[in-house]
Write a protein that binds this ligand. Structure first.
Ligand code: C5P
Length: 390
C-alpha cells in the first residue's frame, strides 16, 4: 500500500523513542522505504543498531560523518516524520536553529512534515511550546498528538506520544492524499448542554464530549479550519482550533448561528437537552418553593431548523439510542434532512464517557455497522465520509 514511498523518520530524545520500533516495522511491512535519522539524545534511549536491523540501512546519527547527510535524509523523499518530537527539537525547528542532524534534515527538506510531540504535560503546555507548535502548524507542518495518559515521568496528563496506529494512519493519509479537507471550515459541537432552574440546579445528560472532541481533533489533523463549540466537559482541547464554550441549548444555537453561514460542514455531536425549565430563577429556590409539577418547555431542534435554511453546508447528526439504533436514526435522518447520521448505543453503563461505543453510520441509501469502535476511530470514519461529500 505504501510501496515505493520514501519516508524519513527522525527520532529525538524522549522515552517514547522505543515506540518507533513498531512504527518502523509496520511501515516497512506496508512497503515503505525508510531512512532513519537519530538525534544524540534519541540514542540515549535506543540504539541505532535496532533500526539498522529493522530497516536494512544504517541510521544517520552524525551531521559530520562526511558528505551531506542532512540533504540525503531530507530531500528526494515523500514524507518526513519527526517522532517522538521533543520540546527542544520543536523549539529549534520553530526558531530556525540547525545545529544537529534532525534540525538540519527538517530545515533542508522540501516535502510534507509530520511532527509527533512527546513530553511532560507542563512542557507541552508551556508558553514556549504552545507558541512553537502554533508556528510550525501555521507553516503547514502536521502536528499529531500528543495524547492524554500516563507519562514516563510518573505523572498523568497530556504529553504522551500518539498511538502508533494513529501516527501510521496520518502517514498513510498524507502519502495517499486520502480524506483531505484542507481549507474547509468545519464546525463541530460537543458535550452536554445544561438547562438551569436556578443557580444550583440544572437539567443535563451524561455526555462526556469525547466523540465530538475526537472529531474536532481529526478535522484539524486533516487540515480543516475547525471550530469546536462545546458544552461543559473536562476534556483537553486541541490547540489548533477555534474553541467556543457554551452552557445551554440556547447559547449553543446562538453560537452556531453566528458561524453557520461561513462553514462547509456542521457535525452536531452535542447532546442537546430537548427541554428547558419554563421559569428560571436568579435565586436558589428553597425545597418547599419548588413545584412538584415543575414545568418544562421544548428547546427548538437546532439541526432541523438549520437544514431548512442551509445553503450548501453538509449537516451531520448524532443520535444516542438505547435500542433500535438503525431504524430510529433513519427516521431522524429524514425528519432533520441530514446528509448522514451516526447512531450510537447508550445505556446506564455503556456509551457515555467510555472510550469505545457501538455505532452505525446511516445515510439515505445505506447503513454501515461499525460495531464496538474506539471513539478516536469513529472520528476517522466520520471525517472520511465527510471528505468524500466535500
Ligand atoms: O432527535 P435527537 O435529539 O435524538 O437528535 C439528535 C441530533 O439532533 C444530534 O445531532 C443533536 O445534536 C441534534 N439536536 C439538535 N437540537 C436539539 C436536540 C438535538 O440539533 N434541540
Amino acid at each position: 500500500m505504501l510501496t515505493g514511498k520514501r519516508i524519513t523518520l527522525a527520532i529525538t530524545g524522549s522515552v517514547a523513542a522505543y515506540k518507533t520500533i513498531d512504527l518502523c516495522r509496520s511501515l516497512i511491512k506496508k512497503g515503505a522505504e525508510l531512512n532513519i535519522v537519530m538525534s544524540k539524545s534519541a540514542q540515549q534511549f535506543i540504539g541505532p543498531i535496532t533500526f539498522s536491523a529493522l530497516c536494512g540501512t544504517q541510521p544517520i546519527t552524525d551531521l559530520y560523518a562526511g558528505g551531506f547527510p542532512h540533504i540525503q535524509a531530507g530531500q528526494d523523499i515523500d514524507l518526513l516524520v519527526v517522532a517522538p518530537a521533543t520540546a527542544n527539537t520543536i523549539a529549534k525547528l520553530a526558531g530556525g536553529i540547525a545545529d544537529d542532524i534532525v534540525s538540519t534534515t527538517v530545515m533542508a527538506s522540501d516535502c510534507p512534515v509530520i511532527i509527533c510531540p512527546a513530553m511532560n504535560e507542563k512542557m507541552w503546555l508551556s508558553k514556549a511550546t504552545v507558541r512553537n507548535t502554533l508556528t510550525l502548524s501555521s507553516w503547514g507542518y502536521e502536528i499529531i498528538g500528543p495524547k492524554t495518559g500516563s507519562l514516563a515521568c510518573g505523572q498523568t496528563g497530556v504529553g504522551r506520544l500518539e498511538n502508533t496506529e494513529v501516527i501510521e494512519s496520518a502517514i498513510t493519509n498524507r502519502l495517499l492524499n486520502i480524506g483531505e479537507i484542507k481549507d474547509k471550515r468545519i464546525m463541530v459541537t460537543a458535550g452536554p448542554t445544561r438547562e438551569y432552574l436556578d443557580p444550583v440546579r440544572f437539567l443535563s445528560n451524561p455526555s462526556s464530549g469525547k466523540v465530538g472532541y475526537a472529531i474536532a481533533e481529526e478535522a484539524v489533523r486533516r487540515g480543516g479550519e475547525t471550530i469546536l463549540i462545546s458544552g461543559p466537559t473536562h476534556l483537553a482541547r486541541n490547540r489548533f482550533l477555534k474553541f467556543i464554550p457554551v452552557v445551554s441549548a440556547k447559547d449553543l444555537s446562538a453560537e452556531i448561528d453566528g458561524e453557520f453561514d461561513d462553514v462547509d460542514a456542521l457535525i452536531m455531536t452535542a447532546a442537546v437537552s430537548d427541554h428547558r425549565f419554563r421559569e428560571v430563577s436568579d435565586e436558589k429556590q428553597t425545597k418547599d418553593r419548588i413545584d412538584e409539577n415543575i414545568q418544562l418547555i421544548k428547546n427548538p431542534d437546532i439541526l432541523k431548523s438549520l437544514s431548512a435554511t442551509r445553503k450548501n453546508q453538509i449537516l451531520i447528526g448524532f443520535a444516542a439510542e438505547t435500542d433500535d439504533i438503525v431504524s430510529r436514526a433513519q427516521v431522524k435522518l429524514k425528519e432533520k434532512n441530514l446528509d448522514f447520521i451516526v447512531s450510537t448505543k447508550v445505556g446506564f453503563n455503556e456509551g457515555f464517557d467510555k472510550d469505545s461505543i457501538e455505532a452505525v453510520i446511516v445515510d439515505k441509501n445505506s447503513h454501515k455497522d461499525l460495531g464496538m469502535i474506539p471513539k478516536r476511530e469513529l472520528a476517522v470514519e466520520v471525517i472520511n465520509k465527510l471528505a468524500v461529500l466535500l
